[in-house]
Design a protein around this ligand. Structure first.
Ligand SMILES: C[S@@+](CC[C@H](N)C(=O)[O-])C[C@H]1O[C@@H](n2cnc3c(N)ncnc32)[C@H](O)[C@@H]1O
Length: 219
């Protein structure tokens, strides 16, 4: 297994964003993919309210963040891909969505270029982004993110995760958008649950595919 390399992940997603211009896939198809389903279920489980401030970690080109901004007070999208962030900004301006900001930041350094403590964050979202971190970094990052969360607060993670032996589901990796690449470090679901329970959260898990789940943690 190759070690975690944030710059490498950033370059990978810069290239992907440049290639599709942030437009995503065909909209009809996007609605039905497993990654899109993970995002939709995770956002539903957040139960966003008008007074919520949402932090979207690994926001990519911002589609989920922009949609969420219509449901709450403020959204902050952070990512390590500057190209994705730039496309997200353009998209939010084009759509006249003013209560969303996009800033460089990582799971392991969320406040890299923006002081998030001023936003009074009540909800945290991570869709298909956390699996790019190796396990020990996930634990540390989740702990740090829960420190930014005001109580009562909620976190939802929709991502690739292993519920049993992943080799049993190799024929379904493609549909989950998983290619077992060397920038991917999916965890066992039990490990993610353990990390969140260690922070004192009440945790619920919904499996939506043999290797994809949505975890909700209440604080
Ligand atoms: C598959 S995309 C998902 C984007 C978005 N959440 C969505 O569902 O449309 C994964 C995103 O995670 C970001 N990412 C990877 N590692 C990260 C890290 N350590 N901190 C923050 N973002 C990261 C990537 O740059 C990329 O934009």
């Amino acid at each position: 297994m190759v070690d975690y390399d944030r710059e490498r992940v950033a370059r990978l997603f810069d290239d992907i964003a440049r290639a599709d211009g942030g437009s995503g896939d065909d909209p009809g198809e996007t609605l039905t993919t497993i990654p899109a389903l993970a995002g939709r279920v995770a956002v539903e489980k957040l139960a966003l309210r008008p007074d919520d401030a949402l932090l979207d970690v690994g926001t990519g080109t911002g589609d989920i963040a922009i949609a969420a901004a219509r449901m709450c007070r403020q959204v902050i999208g952070i990512d390590v891909s500057r190209t994705s962030l730039e496309l997200a900004r353009i998209k939010s301006e084009t759509e006249h969505v003013e209560n969303v900001v996009f800033s460089y930041g990582a799971f392991e350094d969320p406040c890299a270029e923006l002081d998030l403590s001023v936003y009074r964050i009540t909800k945290v979202l991570a869709v298909y982004s956390l699996h790019h971190l190796p396990d020990p970094m996930k634990k540390q990052s989740l702990l740090e993110l829960t420190g930014l969360l005001h109580r009562p607060g909620r976190m939802a993670i929709g991502d690739i995760m292993f519920f049993d032996d992943p080799d049993r589901h190799r024929d379904r990796f493609d549909e989950a958008g998983y290619d077992a690449g060397d920038t991917d470090f999916p965890s066992r679901m039990q490990y993610l649950r353990y990390c969140l329970e260690q922070t004192g959260a009440r945790v619920q898990v919904e499996q939506i595919h043999p290797i994809v789940g949505v975890i909700v943690a209440d604080f």
